[in-house]
Design a protein around this ligand. Structure first.
Ligand SMILES: [Zn+2]
Length: 363
């Protein structure tokens, strides 16, 4: 995710903070300072930072549960609306998805219980009504917000954890695609209710409604793609007409190819005609900025790009594409010759074509 700063790396997971999150903290601190002076502002900001520590721990709950099923989490990003743990791939079994989804809210349950043990029922009752953000009051407010996080996250709407729990439960009886469709519809229904309540009560809910609506739609599209990709081999959707570059081509030749075609990324071939890597538009532009006339395509291409074969199932190829974060994956035939390219754009096109002809059986 762009516009985010890497903060620390914990257990192989990069924690990132989105710029808008820092802006939010600054804006709130300024607001509190203007309203109540530096002591009030400090208390409030400490509270918000502690709240986001709880959100980070929640995301680590998902990440560690996923790790238990062999799924890595490359990064966790903090946004003003909460945290996002980016899993390397989606779990295969409904029960795995269920456990990963519940692990996040379970962390907040543990935090809330621990805080409750610290202050006890009397401390909680006497502190909730106070506005001062220090000592016992701070703990009581944190306890309440953790309970709130659990309830909010368990709403049965994508992209909240509750939406995933619902889908996982439905998927034990229905197909994955059907389960997602139902869960996404419920999510969109919830979004309309939030939006309506937001209109009359709190405008912030409209913002959440939008977030839920978009999340539900994305989830439905992803599930549809997964369903299609299970049935088709890579050869049914790869790009067959494309330009490749020799490793010793100059950057000018690469620029010519970039401008003359609609391609962004070019497979690079070595002197034997085998795939040596992929030149991305991004790397090409970066190399041009350095302005070294002796640089060749082979010096700036990405070498860590995996390849797939024509017979590879789409689902497997899509997983490989997600895991390497590659813009394009070369497709080889049984003789290891380059015969195609797989890009996110043609995956999207395949989806559009397939959903336009729902009754035609795929290969
Ligand atoms: Zn969660």
């Amino acid at each position: 995710m762009s516009w985010s700063l890497p903060i620390v790396r914990i257990a192989g997971i990069q924690l990132r903070i989105h710029i808008t999150f820092l802006l939010l903290i600054g804006w709130l601190a300024f607001g509190y300072y203007a309203a109540g002076g530096s002591a009030a502002a400090a208390g409030r900001v400490v509270f918000i930072l502690l709240l986001f520590v709880c959100v980070v721990l929640h995301e680590f709950g998902h990440a560690f549960a996923a790790k238990g099923f062999g799924i890595n989490t490359p990064d966790i990003t903090l946004l003003p609306i909460g945290g996002v743990a980016r899993l390397e791939r989606m779990p295969e079994e409904p029960v795995q998805e269920l456990i990963i989804a519940l692990a996040g809210p379970a962390v907040n349950v543990v935090i809330a219980l621990s805080l409750f043990l610290v202050i006890g029922p009397a401390g909680l009752m006497s502190s909730v009504s106070s506005a001062a953000m220090e000592g016992r009051n701070l703990i009581a407010q944190l306890l309440i917000i953790n309970v709130g996080l659990v309830l909010f996250n368990l709403l049965p709407a994508f992209p909240m954890d509750g939406g995933r729990v619902l889908r996982a439960l439905l998927a034990t009886r229905l197909s994955y695609a059907r389960a997602t469709q139902i869960a996404a519809s419920i999510g969109q229904g919830c979004a309309f209710v939030f939006g309506f309540v937001g209109l009359v009560w709190n405008p912030f809910l409209i913002f959440i409604a939008l977030f839920v609506y978009i999340g539900a739609s994305q989830e439905a599209a992803l599930a549809q793609m997964k369903d299609i990709s299970r049935r088709l081999p890579v050869s049914s959707a790869m790009v067959r007409e494309f330009r490749s570059l020799p490793a010793d081509a100059t950057l000018e030749e690469a620029v010519d190819a970039l401008l003359a075609t609609s391609q962004h990324d070019f497979p690079v071939l070595n002197e034997h005609g085998a795939v040596a890597g992929v030149l991305t538009r991004h790397d090409l532009i970066a190399a041009l900025r350095r302005g070294d006339p002796d640089i060749r395509v082979g010096d700036v291409m990405r070498r860590d790009i995996p390849t797939v074969s024509t017979g590879t199932r789409f689902e497997e190829a899509f997983r490989i594409m997600q895991e390497c974060n590659c813009p394009a994956v070369p497709v080889l035939d049984s003789m290891k010759r380059l015969v195609g390219l797989l890009t996110p754009e043609n995956v999207t096109e395949l989806m559009m074509v397939q959903s336009a002809m729902p009754r035609r059986r795929a290969v």
